[in-house]
Design a protein around this ligand. Sequence first.
Ligand code: AMP
Length: 394
Amino acid sequence: MYQLSGDLQNFSVDKIADLKNKRIVLRACLNVTVDKEGKVIDATRIDESIKTIKYLAENAKQVTILAHLGRPESYSKELSFWNVHQVLQEKLGQEIEFVLFQNSPKNLEAKIILGDNIRFFKEEESKDPDTRMNFAKDLAQFGEVFVNDAFADYRESASTYDIAKILPSYLGYKFIEEVEALSKFSNAANLVSVLGGAKLSEKLDALKALAEISEKVVIGGAMAYTLLKAKGVNIGNSLYEEDKLSLAKEILNNYENKLVLPVDHLIASEFNEVASKSAHVTLDEQVPDNTVAIDIGSKTTELFVQTISGAKNILWNGPMGVFEWETSAAGTLAVGKAISQNSSAYKLAGGGDSIAAINKLGLTGFNHISTGGGAMLAFIAYNEFPTLDIVINQ
Ligand code: AMP
């Protein structure tokens, strides 16, 4: 668990001296949900970035906004900011100059500038520190001060980390809000972590670290099936990750007493919504051949709800089943309710799919809902948070 030392307000954008004469490089989180054309279909992250952008747009000499979208290999229209630019401009009520950084930065005089998806540049996430640092130096030419408001983009990259070694650095409102809320969790005694979602691989590191500090780790969703298969349980045609089986075995051996896995399942004959309507619950933990698990079963729901009810701190990331389909939303709904209705616990939820499930199922009562799923897990799981440390230890 990250231990915050000192007052983050000292690093707030509010504290930048002589702001009206400063050009600011702002790293925002604009990693919104887009459709196949790149049209924004969920603007939550834009909404959350507006406060810092507005403050800088009104008070600084110039602000250049950097951000990423998805995981592009190279340029694609779908992951370009053409529509993010329009939506951001509308919400801000001011004109924003949209540029690709191949255009010479020194000629840009607009008050507010948005660079296209920073991950179109391979240097942004290069494994070679020199390459990343050289790219950060290019980015640093856009201003005299760096502001990081992208809490969710917690991995070290040129625009989230290296640039903070070059310019005096501050934190945006969203970043501070997330860290302050998560820090309330700091004495994470009697912690129950509830993990779900599609991929074990994306949560493996956090899972190990969370297992160390949690009393119990409840695991549902497709990620449970890699663990169940590693345990020797028949999982039928359920989604799992073959290349993660040996790591899954290791986790099972090391944290046997902490993991709470499904003991029955809601199964369908095929993985589609029509088939889901005639789904039924298995008798035990085995998933019969030629069937696929789409949600946790009733015994599992009871077991998970019971485990959650005794917790004093609860961390939730990821749905328990395919909550997008009516029949297989029940597990996520029951577990989500058990979390939100545990009145004596501090309850944190986070990540895109958990937020979608919370909204869809109308769950209320969380102490904090973090838009950064991976970032939230990393904050709770580890002692360091590099993109924050680099700013407060400069
Ligand atoms: P993630 O993005 O890793 O949090 O995964 C969220 C997705 O996992 C949601 O779209 C769910 O529909 C999906 N999911 C949850 N449980 C299952 C399951 N048993 N089989 C397949 N997909 C699942």
